[in-house]
Design a protein around this ligand. Structure first.
Ligand code: PHE
Length: 446
């Protein structure tokens, strides 16, 4: 349980790295299509509730745990609750991290391939091919899939290998402002399209009936955990590199607001374009790879918009893979006393080995399960619907039941007694109960 002496060089550096971790495929690829499937504005309401009641308190909890113990994502729990079994929360988080690492680079690889298509001006499909069949063909090309996911992974490994401050922090300081500029530019362009009013109505006018359906809440809770990047030990580790006087409540609020704004802006980019071209909003996961390329192919200025969009998505995915890698790396450094270089090398190689079958699994039917489920969808479902909620419950229980309220609250930077009390009550009761309900209803057959 060696405590680490690694530190961020500044709070801005921490904030940008944490934002880089949070902002990912979840915001730009996943949020808009989940919203499209769950009643537009109604989903937004459920999502805002999920972020404020669940996401923000849990985010403060993780940072508090990291900052108080200055330890990795597993040792931290063992230190806070030595006699209790809650350290499984840490291991579950690491397990979720590894599962996500096995498939996230594969999707990022598809993004890279679409960026190349966009750069070649090939958003339109040739005669006799549909966008859907092109996407299928690309996903099922084993060599391309493995190659592109390994390329993304290699880039991330290089960044993580350069170190916390020189690699993760420095790359975030370059990539996140670039990301923000591209995002705002594209949103301004998309909102000037004829579909904009319709899209604004879709995003901001709730279909209240959707709020009566448990699946809407389920989707919102799951999306919030995934999008903020909670319950995987990432924020425990990032928090452990933070200085003791940092204003955690403000920093974390900025983080969840920023993450939510990016998701909203992504929807405001995607839906006006989709409506302007007369297409349907509820397209599922294919929204970014099937619907949007067609939109870019048809709309004026679409060639450039396509390049900008896929570049955005690639930056977002890259900075998230970086944060995912940091969890096992920090674990190996502190628990095994390995050098950072060795830990990064081993993590990189193991992750590459895990990514290959997942990438191939989209193409090779002997790697698929009944009902057409692939390794990728299995890893996605297991991690986001089972392991993440369980790990999040563990975090809430450690803080709510094993840690002295005052000490926990102070570690979270809550200097005011009432704020501390409220936060602690939410973690003690609301978060575990809400997540348990979501977990059980999610696992019931529908
Ligand atoms: N938060 C990232 C996203 O929204 C995904 C992610 C998950 C990143 C887990 C790191 C860890 O896409």
């Amino acid at each position: 349980m060696a405590s680490t002496s690694v530190r961020w060089s500044s709070r801005t550096g921490f904030a940008l790295a944490a934002l880089g971790s949070a902002v990912g495929l979840g915001n730009i690829w996943r949020f808009p299509y989940v919203m499209g499937e769950h009643g537009g504005g109604a989903f937004l309401v459920a999502y805002l509730v999920a972020v404020l009641v669940l996401g923000w308190p849990l985010l403060m909890a993780e940072i508090a745990i990291g900052r108080h113990t200055h330890a990795d994502g597993v040792a931290a729990y063992a230190r806070l609750a030595p006699a209790r079994p809650w350290r499984w929360a840490g291991w579950l988080g690491v397990a979720a991290c590894v599962m996500i690492l096995a498939y996230y680079p594969v999707i990022a690889g598809w993004v890279g391939q679409y960026l190349l298509l966009a750069l070649q001006g090939a958003m339109a499909v040739p005669e006799g091919v549909t966008q859907a069949s092109r996407f299928q063909g690309l996903v099922q090309d084993g060599v391309l899939s493995v190659g592109s996911s390994l390329a993304v992974l290699l880039l991330s490994v290089l960044i993580v290998g350069a170190g916390v401050s020189a690699g993760i922090e420095r790359s975030s300081k370059i990539l996140m402002p670039l990301f923000a500029a591209l995002l705002l530019g594209l949103a301004a362009y998309s909102l000037s399209l004829p579909g904009a009013t319709h899209a604004l109505e879709f995003v901001f006018r709730p279909e209240w009936e959707a709020l009566a359906r448990p699946v809407t809440w389920l989707a919102a809770f799951g999306q919030a955990l995934f999008s903020i990047g909670l319950a995987m030990g990432i924020l425990v580790v990032y928090g452990s590199y933070l200085d003791d006087a940092a204003p955690v409540p403000r920093l974390t609020l900025a983080l969840v607001v920023g993450d939510t704004l990016v998701a909203l802006l992504a929807s405001l980019i995607i839906f006006p374009a989709v409506f302007a071209m007369g297409m349907a909003p509820a397209q599922g996961p294919g929204l970014a790879f099937v619907t949007l390329p067609e939109v870019f192919a048809r709309m004026p200025g679409g060639a450039l918009a396509g390049v900008v969009f896929f570049l955005l998505l690639l930056i977002a995915a890259l900075t998230s893979v970086v944060s995912l890698l940091e969890v096992p790396v920090s674990l190996l450094v502190s628990q095994r006393a390995w050098s950072r270089r060795k830990a990064v090398g081993v993590t990189g190689i193991v992750t590459m080995l895990a990514v290959m079958p997942v990438a191939l699994g989209e193409a090779v039917s002997s790697l698929q399960f009944a009902g057409g489920m692939t390794l990728l969808s299995l890893a996605d479902m297991l991690s986001s619907q089972v392991v993440l909620p369980l790990s999040a419950i563990g975090i809430a229980l450690v803080v709510g039941w094993c840690w002295r309220r005052e000490s926990a609250g102070l570690a979270a930077g809550l200097n005011d007694v009432r704020g501390r009390q409220l936060w602690w009550l939410v973690l003690r009761w609301v978060v575990p109960l809400a997540l348990a309900i979501v977990l059980v209803t999610g696992l019931l057959p529908r």
